[in-house]
Write a protein that binds this ligand. Sequence first.
Ligand SMILES: *Cc1c(COP(=O)(O)O)cnc(C)c1O
Length: 390
Amino acid sequence: MSHAPGQPFLPFALPEIGEDEIVEVIDTLRSGWITTGPKARRFEADFTAFLGDPSLQSIAVNSATAGLHLALEGLGIGPGDEVITTTHTFTATAEVVRYLGADVKLVDIDPATLCIDLAQVEAAIGPRTKAIMPVHYAGLAVDMPAVLAIAGRHGLKVVEDAAHALPTTRGGQLVGTFESDATVFSFYANKTMTTGEGGMLVTRDEALARRARIMRLHGMSRDAFDRFTATVPSWYYEIVAPGFKYNLTDIAAALGLHQLKRAQGFQQRRAQIAAQYDAAFAGLPLVTPPQPAAGDQHAWHLYALRLGDEAGIERDRFIEALFERGIGCSVHYIPLHLHPYWRDRYGLQPGQFPHSQQAYERLVSLPIYTRMDDADVERVVQAVRAVLRG
Ligand SMILES: *Cc1c(COP(=O)(O)O)cnc(C)c1O
């Protein structure tokens, strides 16, 4: 299968890397300090400033997966424990629970938001439950006050998977500033801002922050930059735990410093594209994505629409037909309960997750990124219309 000749292929996602990012990376390469050092520290400070709450600590890591792992590890999750999350997510959310020897309890989504169904969270809590991991699907905030109320009633920890949610608000409050134990952002190549690979763990918990800083670098009591910049000979360090190799390099942080400055502008452009799609698709046999409440900000990492009953075309065929017209799409997500590992480990059946299953069979994520111009958006719109006309 190949796409229409004559038009360039419009990929599903592309990063927007500007001249400032490139200059900063070159400066890093010339500086003599390329791994975790001054730029990673500045990126952490800038990130806390971006969230606007100095009681938060931002801990830069080499992926969101690493950040989620460090958060759960620092909260003491281990064998015998259970963590509740949504089946409608990327495997990274759940795999970190298994790294620690704990078990995952998957629950269905609310079909109105495609985010974790909080009534089902509460129903799934048992004697082994230790934590809840909500996922702000597509960049739409989960009802965090409700999650925190459930956690409070049952004495549970809360770790937010905010891989899609920079910048997202709910009730005027940025995701990352709620009273959860930790929030983790992703700077993977196709996320709303990128460092190539990278992530940020955000917490107000002093003990968790201290533990995560040590565990992200081999369980060392002092990092290399600390020792390098000391004014007295400082070769000495102590290993206090069998840690991980999760530090963010200064080369990556150099990208992050400038991407973060552009994060609000990036969001505005993505929101504009989402609104253009919403308007163009009204009246078509499609379910457009759930909207945030008035005054709230959706990060629009994904524009995930669902084919309606009257669409007259299967989802897989729809994606092929867009591909033939030179447009890349994706599906978010193949729910965890359908993957062999999760299915077999917990004996899961599609019927246990009817809303996620139904959404999965109809979901298509369209391209939505800042490098798309209005002509690109129009091309997607026209292609969608043409495919639906048959
Ligand atoms: C991208 C993503 C992750 C993992 O992020 P990495 O930075 O690639 O580790 C975790 N959860 C969700 C929902 C994601 O989309």
